[in-house]
Design a binder for this molecule. Sequence first.
Ligand code: UD1
Ligand code: CA
Length: 448
Amino acid sequence: MSTQRAAIILAAGKSTRMKSSRSKVLHPVGGRSMLAWTADLARSVGATKIVCVVGEANTDVRAAAEALGLDIAVQEPQLGTAHAVLAAKGALAGFNGDVAVLYADTPLIETPTAEQVFDSLSQGSDVTVLGFEPEEPGAYGRLITKGDELLAIVEAKEATPKQLAVRLCNSGVMAASRADMFAALDKVDNKNAKGEYYLTDIVEILRDMGKTARAVSASETEVMGVNSRPDLALAEAAFQNRMRERAMEAGVTLRDPATTYFSYDTEIENDADIGANVVFGPGVRVAKDAIIHPFCHLEGTSIGQGALIGPFARLRPGTEMAAGSKAGNFVETKKAKIGKGSKINHLSYIGDAEVGEGANIGAGTITCNYDGYFKHQTIIGDGAFVGTNSSLVAPVTIGAGAYLGSGGVITKDVPADALAVARAQQVNKEGWAARYNAAQKKRKAKKS
Ligand code: UD1
Ligand code: CA
């Protein structure tokens, strides 16, 4: 790839149909914003400069775009897609290469598809448009082609009945050299049905300048745009199906694929076995042979080889389950490193903790990590045995091989290999219960 690449991301629209106080392009698909998806696509094809076009009112989009490291161009007012791209002219002044226009509300386009658009330029096209054949062409612009050449894009509102019958539509993605794109944009007017400056007009303008236009195509799911909550749900479903298929193709067992939910960055190795109703929030890695039983929720967590999780486990950010470790039913973890082969089998909260290797954390163990103001750390050494229903009041360290009697409230460090008993001594009073019961029965009989 010798020619430099840049991208212009259009995000100045109003997005009224979302009925949201948040701008449309900040709504998430697969756990990250549509804007982030688009920026990532641009990066994945090697765009060295990415300009995000925002409206004055989209202060949230602007902040998000800046956080993503994008350059900002403001388009105010919004007079159409050509006008939007022109807003990025200044930001690309020093750039001499190919530029793709992307829409920030189209999150599912894949890298090879965007590559195809740029590649077409290096194969002799001067302007290339990404087309698709929707089930309902409706309001999309129609791509008028002849052989392998693109003659024009006609907006539905301007189209003749014959043009409206064309099935190949404009996805909105378009690429040309920066020089050609802005030379053509300068000639776009707004004498059309909507009174807007149409980016699509540059195809004919460039052809009139003796340039070549081509179309490449993608599937409808890939180029679907999100305008409303139902669209957002459709995009999410398409994303989930894509991830499910990929996971299974990569050798992951999904017991009930339709109920496994992924994030954009979920990584699962082959021979992991995922039960029904498992949700992977952002930042999850699962190693080979791990088994995740049904109804688990994981975020920011790494699961080591052969680890056993759930059913009904909630693993929160900062959890690292080492190989062969176990977090069973109704176990919650957060910022917890659980060493090789260590087991937390039932009903526990382990937060801000480090557990060594081969430790056993009994049922009902709670790390009391929060004092109402600050969080504190619990350290549990290799091979320690934490009795059931232990409260570990952090900061506290349990030495390797230590043994905690059940029901303890552990407030002091426990040395390695020691026994700690931290509960009241048991007292047995012979015959007490029999005397008590007899006395109470007598009182009750008198009252009735
Ligand atoms: C556009 C295309 C149409 C294509 C369709 C695909 C034009 C003239 N038409 O139509 O051929 O089939 O997309 O979805 O380009 N935007 C701005 N500033 C503006 C106007 C729009 O930033 O002044 C942004 C919007 O936020 C949106 C994108 O550009 O992300 C597309 O704009 P929209 O008005 O939705 O274009 P369509 O009429 O759908
Ligand atoms: Ca649109």
